[in-house]
Design a binder for this molecule. Structure first.
Ligand code: RFL
Ligand code: PHB
Length: 390
């Protein structure tokens, strides 16, 4: 098989890139290690920046998002028993975010792809990328007991943190930066109305908690937990009790509980690989960087990477210029590091760290107090939360 761009990974980054290429008439194939149903069973992000929504518009995959997504013009920071509203729209000249699950974004992009007759190879075993340092790269994979080969011009590594793309780069060609956090997030999905119509990020002596949602009838909640906790140790009852303890009284009393239908623990990590281009291989999304979910930036960063990469590929095929591809890594990394900084700072501010000490605790309290009482500080938070421009 021959194609122009071989995309490894059918997550939001790969699917969005595929749809943009499809609209521009650029031939491509997407390969994923797992099945479509497996991908649609993953519960992840929930908050989309306006830039991400714009890209989904461009990709022609936003009809359901506009019908069912929930626009949010603010969120709450809860600490010391009180809620402090961050007026995102008021502080950013009318910007907002949209609450719409990553699973739904993925479903919409897959549907669009299928109706356009684009090629996706699911459950591809042993995907291997070859010769991306030279002018004729290719990808091999196994399926149905046979090895298949795809010749291509470029490879887009959109295969997430554990994917094969970044791991195929020689160690001396890549530099990585990493910070692991000493806790995880236990997340629960339940068919109950959310406690509030806006998100609540809570800092409590027992640890962080987040009240989010997928719709007005489906809630997504998280609590900070030790990294070695086992999901099985968290009954629904224990989860609801812990969540309520960490919220201000007015919210705790308003929580509607019910059986959870998804429960998982995710570790928190900041990670960046530089550069994001190696010859004819381009990394995008979680394949190149990870942020802790506190700032809701992971999926949105995948989208901005894809925007820069798509521009580069379009320049190449339509305008016969390599300028966009040559600039890709630098353009993408500038925005990546800004989001890494923001996600790190929000993580540091909202969680309880085992070794903070009394001084560190006082500093965290002073930071929260300053943030909600200073318009300048609130504006900086809001500007980052709604998403820096791209
Ligand atoms: P993905 O979604 O991981 O998709 C990568 C795809 O590549 C496939 N793959 C391979 N295919 C072929 N060969 C191989 N060897 C392969 N290895 C892997 C995988 O099967 C998969 O289908 O990466 P992508 O597309 O870069 O998208 C990134 C986002 O998924 C991620 O950043 C977000 O989910 C992060 N995130 C959040 N981001 C936000 O913007 N807002 C949020 O509110 C938000 N909340 C979250 C989050 C992530 C979370 N978890 C579980 C880590 C909340 C949580 C709890
Ligand atoms: C979510 O709804 O899953 C969500 C929302 C906001 C975050 C992280 C996750 O910061």
């Amino acid at each position: 098989m021959r194609t122009q761009v071989a995309i490894i990974g059918s997550g939001p980054a790969g699917l969005l890139l595929g749809q943009l290429l499809s609209k521009a008439g650029i031939d491509h194939v997407i390969l994923d290690r797992v099945s479509k149903d497996y991908i649609l069973g993953r519960v992840r992000a929930g908050v989309l920046e306006e830039g991400t929504v714009r890209l989904l518009d461009e990709a022609g995959a936003s009809e359901r998002l506009h019908a069912q997504g929930l626009p949010h013009g603010g969120f709450s920071l809860a600490f010391d028993g009180r809620n402090h509203r961050i007026d995102l729209s008021g502080l950013t000249g009318g910007k907002q975010v949209t609450v719409y699950g990553q699973t739904e974004v993925t479903r919409d992009l897959m549907q669009k792809r299928e109706s356009g007759g684009e090629r996706t190879i699911y459950s591809a075993d042993n995907v291997t990328i070859h010769d991306f340092g030279a002018s004729n790269p290719f990808v091999t994979y196994e399926s149905g007991g046979k090895t298949h080969r795809i010749n291509c011009d470029f490879i887009a590594g959109c295969d997430g943190f554990h994917g094969v793309s970044r791991h195929s780069v020689p160690e001396d060609a890549i530099r990585t930066y990493e910070r692991a956090y000493p806790f995880g997030w236990l997340g629960v999905l339940a068919e109950v109305p959310p406690v509030s119509h806006e998100l609540i990020y809570a800092n409590h002596p027992r640890g962080f908690a987040l009240c989010s949602m997928r719709s007005m009838t489906r809630s997504r909640y998280y609590v900070q937990c030790p990294l070695d906790d086992k999901v099985e140790a968290w009954t629904d009852e224990r989860f609801w009790d812990e969540l309520r303890r960490r919220l201000p009284k007015e919210n705790a009393e308003a929580v509607t509980t019910g059986p959870s239908f998804e429960k998982s623990i995710a570790p928190l990590r900041s990670f960046v690989a530089e550069p994001m281009r190696f010859g004819r291989l381009f990394l995008a999304g979680d394949a190149a960087h990870i942020v802790p979910p506190t700032g809701a930036k992971g999926l949105n960063l995948a989208a901005s990477d894809v925007h820069y990469l798509f521009e580069g590929l379009r320049d190449y095929y339509v305008d016969h210029s390599t300028a966009g591809l040559d600039a890709y890594s630098q353009r993408a990394l500038l925005r990546v590091w800004r989001a890494v900084r923001f996600s790190w700072s929000m993580t540091m501010m909202m969680h309880r760290f085992p070794d903070t000490g009394a001084f560190g605790q006082k500093i965290q309290e002073a930071e929260l107090d300053y943030l909600v009482h200073s318009r300048a500080a609130s504006t900086a938070l809001a500007e980052n939360y709604v998403g820096l421009p791209f």
